[in-house]
Design a protein around this ligand. Structure first.
Ligand code: MG
Length: 293
């Protein structure tokens, strides 16, 4: 069955894209008395000396911490309430849909959805004020032991594995359900959200695989930087120079900001293209139906 393909998705990275502080430093370490600098030094050592993947290194160190091991997934969700966000988050999620109330778009049922794909802990974001505004959150997940305490990673979303979730979003809700194999073949016209209807927003080199998947398939890749951090601006400029992303902007999502204007412009372009295509398809059907047999 072909899909109307009238849904637009904005997919966000989390750490340093929606928040100036990575979630471990922001809410987890303060709760269990861990010094961030020391922790990341040990993580880097596991990566550099023992060739660990980053995510497996920090997950191991967290799960070896006796105070962290006392926590449940519900505790991790509680941490989510304390997260710090960039300006305009979460208002931007509802605010961006406003323009779709125009009859031109309503006629074709054009809708906007938001998703978050993080290499951090999914449960922390599930308990945050962001969760009610997004269709789905993908991230590392921990299993609980018989006492209900976290003890083992059941899903690790490394930065290269993040692209898998873009395909899940593209294919539709049954693939957003993680028990479904994402590799089942699905022709482009049957996908609920083709990549050309997708915008991916990230902040740095760990987003390059997602930037590449989205832009090579006709979508839009955007990078944001922390206006208070020169290094993050340089990273974004390098991404732009290397044509990894279409545009860059300071991570201020408030109405009237540069980033918000870029987002609104890109969303309108996609929505106009969808409206034109659906209008043309509709006219073809009318001509077809009126043709003498
Ligand atoms: Mg990030």
């Amino acid at each position: 069955m072909t899909q109307p393909q009238n849904v637009i998705a904005v997919v966000y990275d989390y750490d340093r894209t929606l928040s100036p502080v990575i979630m471990q430093n922001d809410v987890i370490f303060p709760a269990i008395g861990v010094k961030a600098d020391e922790f990341w030094l040990r993580t880097n050592r596991l990566r550099d000396v023992r060739a660990y993947e980053d995510e497996l290194a920090w997950l191991r160190l967290l799960l070896e911490n006796p105070d962290f091991r006392q926590l449940s997934n519900v505790d991790l969700q509680q941490f989510g309430r304390e997260l710090e966000f960039f300006p305009g988050v979460p208002e931007v999620f509802n605010g961006l849909s406003g323009f779709l109330e125009d009859e031109k778009y309503v006629r074709h049922g054009i809708a906007l959805e938001h998703y978050i794909v993080t290499s951090g802990l999914k449960e922390v974001l599930s308990g945050s004020p962001l969760s009610e505004h997004v269709e789905a959150i993908f991230g590392c997940e921990l299993d609980e032991d018989r006492e209900g305490k976290v003890f083992w990673p059941k899903r690790v979303v490394s930065h290269t594995a993040k692209t898998q979730y873009l395909f899940r979003i593209s294919k539709g809700p049954e693939y957003v359900d993680l028990s479904h194999d994402v590799n089942d073949h699905m022709p482009e016209e049957e996908r609920r959200i083709p990549f050309r209807n997708m915008i991916y927003i990230g902040d740095g080199p760990t987003d390059v695989p997602c930037f590449a998947v989205v832009s090579s398939r006709g979508g839009v890749a955007l990078a944001v930087y922390d206006p208070g951090d020169d290094e993050s601006l340089h990273i974004c400029q390098r991404l732009l120079d290397a044509k990894r992303v279409r545009e860059i902007g300071p991570a201020n999502y408030n109405k009237g900001s540069h980033l918000r204007s870029i987002l609104e412009y890109r969303l309108k372009r996609i929505a106009n293209r969808i409206a034109d295509e659906l209008q043309q398809a509709h006219q073809r059907e009318i001509i077809e139906a009126a043709r003498p047999r």
